[in-house]
Design a protein around this ligand. Structure first.
Ligand code: PRP
Ligand code: MN
Ligand code: MG
Length: 190
C-alpha cells in the first residue's frame, strides 16, 4: 500500500509529545491574551488541528493558501496568494503555523506580507525544520523537530497530494522522487 515509503522519521507519539509541549509554551507566553492562529494550506492543517487543542488560551483560526511562481517552485522566492485571510489582523496577536520550513521562501514572504498589516505581534510555530535547505533566514519562535535533508511525507505533508493523512512523518524512498546531487527534482510537488 505504501510502497513509496522508506521509514518512519518522526513517530506519531513523538509528535504528540512535541505538540503538547509547544501548546504549553504558547499558552504560557500568551497568557491573558487571545491568539489568532493562521494556518498555511494545506500542509499545516493536521498540525494546526492538534496544536490548537493543546493551547489553553482563547484561539481563533484563519487560513492562507499560497503558491510559488515559476517552474521550480522553490527557486524564485516569489509567492502568490491563492487565498488570503478572511479578517484583518491589525492589532491582533498572530501565530503563523507551518508544517515545514525548507528553503524558507514561503515563510519569509508570508512574514513580510503580514507584517505590513500591523498585527500586535507576529510569531511562527513550525513542526519540521530542514535547515540544510535554507535559502533565506526566517525566525522560528516555536520549533518542533530539526530534520535532515530528506523528502518527508505524512502528518499533513504530501508527495503529489498524497500521504497527508499518515499519523507519522515518513521518509519517501529516494527513487520515488529522483533525488539527484542532494537537490530535489520535484519540490513542493502538486
Ligand atoms: C510546503 C510546506 C511549506 C512550504 C515550505 O508547502 O507546507 O508551506 O512548502 O517550503 P519552503 O520553505 O521551501 O518555501 P507546499 O507548497 O508543498 O504546499 P502544501 O502545503 O499544500 O503541500
Ligand atoms: Mn505548505
Ligand atoms: Mg506540498
Amino acid at each position: 500500500m505504501h510502497s513509496d515509503l522508506d521509514r518512519i522519521l518522526v513517530p506519531g507519539r513523538d509528535i504528540e509529545a512535541k505538540v503538547a509541549e509547544l501548546g504549553w509554551k504558547i499558552s504560557r507566553d500568551y497568557a491573558g491574551k487571545q491568539l489568532l492562529t493562521v494556518g498555511i494550506l494545506k500542509g499545516s492543517t493536521i498540525f494546526m488541528a492538534d496544536l490548537v487543542r493543546a493551547i489553553s488560551i482563547p484561539v481563533s483560526f484563519d487560513f492562507m493558501a499560497v503558491a510559488s511562481y515559476g517552474l521550480s517552485s522553490s527557486s524564485s522566492g516569489v509567492v502568490r496568494i491563492l487565498k488570503d485571510l478572511d479578517e484583518s489582523i491589525e492589532g491582533q496577536d498572530v501565530l503563523l503555523i507551518e508544517d515545514i520550513v525548507d528553503t524558507g521562501l514561503t515563510l519569509n514572504y508570508l512574514l513580510e506580507t503580514l507584517r505590513t498589516r500591523n498585527p500586535a505581534s507576529l510569531r511562527v510555530c513550525v513542526l519540521l525544520d530542514k535547515p540544510n535547505r535554507r535559502r533565506v533566514e526566517v525566525p522560528i519562535d516555536y520549533p518542533g523537530f530539526v530534520i535532515p535533508d530528506e523528502f518527508v511525507v505524512g502528518y499533513g505533508l504530501d508527495y503529489g497530494g498524497r500521504y497527508r493523512n499518515l499519523p507519522d512523518v515518513w521518509v519517501l524512498k529516494p527513487e520515488v522522487y529522483g533525488k539527484k546531487n542532494s537537490e530535489f527534482r520535484i519540490q513542493n510537488s502538486e
